[in-house]
Design a protein around this ligand. Structure first.
Ligand code: NAD
Length: 501
């Protein structure tokens, strides 16, 4: 039950913190301890979204004309504020979504890095100047803002992912309506409050909290929303893509993954084990880039499995606020049940449960959604545990006989986000780098740990062809205008008036 001290958080629309038109709120509880009520958040509806879009449309008329270097100064101040608030925001994040403090610190750091990167872009936003085909004519292109950007995000990187979207949207001159995931709304509020404190004017960034159908779906049909940028599951992304088609929104989707580490027979095995532990069980396996498959050459398969299983057994599972903890809880009871169902599926499919497989309920763990780090061995590529995104601490180890076979297995899933290879053979490394069809690839490192100044995104059912972060993000949140200036004083016709050299 909420106590009298329970804080109620509000939506942020047109520069004001206000309650939802619905009059309803929802609870946000700590997945490590369901007694810990973090707060009550607005259960927003279509009326709130319409109001937020209206505010963002009005603010766009002025914000698009603010010189980009001035917009960037606000982002630079935001970077400084994120850095000052990093510890507090990390603690809030660990409390609301469970990952360990060092990881939530990394999440806030992404927002700092992205704010710095985009602040720099405010003095670039490069276009092209190219020679004209004609004398006395000038040809160039400029980036133009698009308008109101709808931003819908997942809970597992509740500050990093919004920063990848909202900061480039702002530097390009767009305005924003942001719906954070219902499982991690406090981090969304911390993010928006920081932008406001840095000087973002009223109406430029608006926030509505709530669930997907109530507060996310109304954005998709709003004609005032010109860009929809989404991070979440492939099923939701598909529905969003379809819903946005009738109003011709520009749609940017970053979705699920089933990422593979390839371990060749010449790999440094302890290094590969380190990578598989971090890639598989970091963020409790709840990363889009999680290494949920490890494809191991049969020559070293037994040795790798022995060391990998031994290491997984030593992982300390618990509350992420405890500095000793190495792996936190699943985000919700429903997600934990999904993990347990996949353990049954793996057993029924004939894979060997090498370690884990059980919910943890000893002592304080009973109040959270904890599960043992789990490894299946003798997995074949057609098993569901080798193909479907589980989004939990479950890793499938698949034997292979050659690099070609390993690459074929790595590619034989619907997703294409990240992959890696452990090998000492540079030829193997380059062949895999070229032939594994993913948006991210690592050599002698796990499938996670992207940096903001390289493009981030996937292929196939992971993405719809755009990329986040880096200047690739500017392509999502701006559109090109090509400009021709004729200073000849007469009609000149390109392709027709071919001049003498
Ligand atoms: P989800 O698809 O259930 O929810 C994501 C967001 O969409 C939430 O804010 C939710 O409220 C909203 N939503 C749900 N239904 C909606 C609807 N009908 N209309 C509009 N909005 C709706 O995903 P999740 O469980 O929060 O996140 C986990 C998924 O996100 C995994 O599949 C993971 O791989 C993926 N993910 C991908 C990346 C990436 O960059 N590729 C990064 C992080 C997470």
């Amino acid at each position: 039950m909420p106590s009298s001290r329970t804080q109620t958080y509000l939506n942020f629309i047109n520069g004001e913190w206000i309650p939802s038109a619905s009059g309803e709120v929802f609870e946000n509880r700590n997945p490590a301890n369901s007694d810990d009520l973090i707060g009550l958040f607005q259960k927003s509806n279509a009326a709130d979204v319409a109001r937020a879009v209206e505010a963002a449309e009005a603010a766009f008329q002025e914000w698009r004309l603010v010189p980009a270097p001035r917009r960037a100064e606000i982002l630079f101040r935001a970077a400084q504020l994120f850095a000052e608030r990093k510890d507090a925001f990390s603690r809030d994040m660990t409390r609301e979504m469970g990952k360990v403090l060092s990881e939530t610190g990394g999440d806030v750091q992404e927002a700092i890095d992205m704010a710095q990167l985009m602040a720099g872009e405010g003095r670039r936003l490069y276009g092209q100047t190219v020679p004209s085909e004609l004398r006395n004519k000038f040809a160039m292109s400029v980036r133009q803002p698009i308008g109101v950007c709808g931003i819908i995000t997942a809970w597992n990187f509740p500050m990093a992912v919004p920063s990848w979207k909202i900061l480039p949207a702002l530097v390009c001159g767009n305005t924003v309506v942001f719906k954070p995931a219902e499982e991690a709304p406090l981090s969304g509020i911390n993010f928006v409050q920081t932008l406001v404190d840095a000087g973002v004017p009223p109406g430029v960034v608006n926030l509505v909290t709530g669930d997907g159908p109530g507060a996310g779906a109304p954005m998709l049909t709003q004609p005032g929303v010109k860009v929809m940028s989404f991070t979440g599951s492939t099923a939701t992304g598909r529905a969003i893509n379809q819903a946005c088609a009738s109003t011709f929104k520009k749609v940017h989707l970053e979705m699920g993954g089933k990422n593979a580490i390839i371990v060749m027979d010449d790999a440094k095995l302890d290094l590969a084990v380190d990578g598989a532990i971090w890639g598989g069980f970091g963020t409790t396996g709840q990363r889009c880039t999680a290494a949920s498959r490890v494809i191991v050459h049969r020559q070293v398969y037994a040795q790798f499995v022995e060391r990998f299983v031994a290491r997984a057994k030593t992982l300390r599972v618990g509350d992420g606020l405890d500095p000793q903890t190495q792996m936190g809880p699943s985000i919700t009871e429903a997600q934990l049940i999904k993990v347990m169902e996949y353990v049954h599926i793996g057993e029924d499919e004939g894979a060997t449960l090498a370690t884990g497989g059980t919910r943890l309920t000893d002592g304080a763990l009973a109040k959270g959604f904890f599960h043992e780090p789990t490894i299946f061995t003798d997995v074949t590529p057609k098993m569901r545990i080798a193909r479907e995104e589980i989004f939990g601490p479950v890793v499938s180890v698949i034997p292979c006989d050659s690099l070609d076979q390993a690459i074929a297995i790595a590619n034989d899933v619907e997703y294409g986000l990240s992959a890696s290879i452990y090998t000492q053979d540079i030829n193997h490394a380059f062949a895999a780098m070229r032939d594994v069809y993913t948006g991210l690839f690592y050599v002698n490192a796990p499938t996670i740990d992207a940096e903001v100044h390289l493009p981030f995104g996937g292929t196939k059912a992971t993405s719809n062809g755009h990329r986040e972060a880096e200047i690739a993000a500017l392509d999502v949140f701006s559109e090109w205008k090509s400009i021709y200036v004729d200073f000849s004083g007469k009609l000149q016709r390109a392709q027709m008036d071919l001049e003498e050299i």
